[in-house]
Design a protein around this ligand. Structure first.
Ligand SMILES: [Mg+2]
Length: 232
């Protein structure tokens, strides 16, 4: 094992339970906008349909075919349409609510705080995340993560997104770290694991859920955050 000094943690789906927080926000939204009264009787069915539509729209967004605002509006507008609710104003209000409320959620994966407590005295720890400053800072603050991290590096500030080497170069410069004394801890095989490996940073792949097929070879892999303590 290398002699690590700097730990770089991804945020969404590594520490912050993105799926649980998203689901909670969705159910709050369902109540707040009284969607049952509008004929959408089964919130779980609505959520499943929304997830399919959201996923497809994200693909077109990643391909540069739609703007972020359009994505946010359309995923709700189309989901409502499936239930014969044709209401642009409602879709716009829901999308605005969603963006505002979701980062306020604070569910972390089990033993996140315990793990960070154990690591904090031994390492300099940072967050490396693809996302907007404002949104990511709200999540970090609300979920009690802030005190564990020295630097929070977002793609918005770096001017590059993971897995671009420009992002990792920026992170190393900001923290005064060398690749050989750094390790990244993240859930995404492309953005986190391959991204870090291409500039010589070791990686711990956090797989909260089983991942198939496993074609990528990280330096280490874990299924629970607390297993990191055994590695480091
Ligand atoms: Mg992630």
């Amino acid at each position: 094992m290398r002699n690590y000094k700097h730990l770089f943690f991804d945020l969404d789906r590594t520490l912050w339970d993105f799926d649980k927080n998203n689901h909670e926000t969705f159910m709050d939204m369902y109540d707040k906008f009284q969607l049952r009264e509008k004929g959408i009787e089964n919130p779980s069915e609505f959520y499943d349909i929304y997830q399919h539509i959201n996923f497809a729209l994200w693909e077109t967004y990643k391909a540069g075919q739609i703007e972020k605002e359009r994505l946010n509006f359309s995923r709700f507008f189309h989901s409502l349409n499936v239930f014969n609710v044709d209401d642009k104003e409602l879709a716009a209000n829901i999308s605005e609510y969603y963006i505002k409320v979701s980062p306020l959620k604070s569910n972390l994966y089990p033993e996140t705080i315990e793990t960070l407590e154990k690591l904090k005295p031994k390492y300099r720890m940072h967050i490396v995340t693809n996302g907007f400053e404002e949104v990511q800072f709200i999540k970090i603050e609300n979920s009690g993560l802030q005190k564990y991290f020295e630097k929070i590096i977002t793609s918005e500030r770096a001017g590059f997104k993971k897995p671009h080497t420009g992002f990792f170069d920026f992170a190393l410069r900001e923290t005064d770290a060398q690749p050989k004394e750094s390790i990244i801890i993240g859930d995404d095989p492309e953005t986190d694991i391959l991204g870090a490996s291409q500039i010589g940073i070791d990686q711990i792949w956090v797989k909260h859920k089983p991942v198939k097929p496993e074609t990528i070879q990280p330096t280490y892999a874990v299924n629970h955050l607390r297993e990191i303590i055994d590695i480091l």
